[in-house]
Design a protein around this ligand. Structure first.
Ligand code: THU
Length: 170
């Protein structure tokens, strides 16, 4: 069976997002400490397959910090990213406390990436759930050796969202 789709002229919706680019030194002192923890966390990564070591440090509304690093598996899809490791560690150690910021850093070998890495699609969706759950944006501090990106909310990285509010009765 073949289906042909007729292209018609449709309304275009432009979606703008803001990403601030700066050097790590321009961040506030507390943000710099969070980035330093994310960098440190890359040491706790288990990445024998990709050799790509990612660390995440998540600041919670009560001032505590939860950390995570990517954990791989010989059966590749079983592995978990640093961002979800940190998010789920936060949910377990401090249940009911909103995440307010997360710093992410990655390195191959000894060198941190020049450009920041951004969370994968699955991590964006997982982080979005926390934003929706606590009605509070999570600030992203994405570290790179040459530049750091600051994004005010996970929604900026996943603009056409699907969250609990899309489900009936929520
Ligand atoms: N990874 C993360 O931990 N976070 C990201 O944002 C991107 C990718 C991990 C998953 C896998 O262990 C390795 O990096 C290579 O994709």
């Amino acid at each position: 069976m073949r289906i042909f789709i007729e292209i018609t002229i449709m309304e275009v919706i432009n979606i703008a997002i803001q990403v601030r680019r700066c050097s790590c030194e321009e961040l506030s002192e507390s943000e710099r400490s969070l980035v330093a923890l994310a960098k440190e966390q890359t040491r706790n990564s288990y990445a024998p397959y990709s050799h790509f070591h990612v660390g995440a440090a998540m600041l919670l509304a009560d001032g505590t910090i939860a950390c995570g690093a990517n954990q791989e598996n010989a059966s590749y899809p079983v592995g978990t990213c640093a961002e979800r490791a940190a998010l789920f560690a936060a949910g377990t150690s401090n249940p009911g406390v909103a995440p307010v910021a997360v710093a992410i850093a990655a390195r191959s070998g000894d060198a941190f990436t020049g450009s920041p890495i951004t969370p994968c699609g699955m991590c964006r969706q997982a982080l979005l759930e926390a934003e929706h759950r606590f009605s509070r944006p999570i600030r992203l501090l994405l570290y790179g050796h040459d530049a750091t990106y600051v994004v005010s909310s996970v929604r900026d990285l996943l603009p056409l969202t699907f969250d609990g509010s899309d489900l009936p009765g929520n």
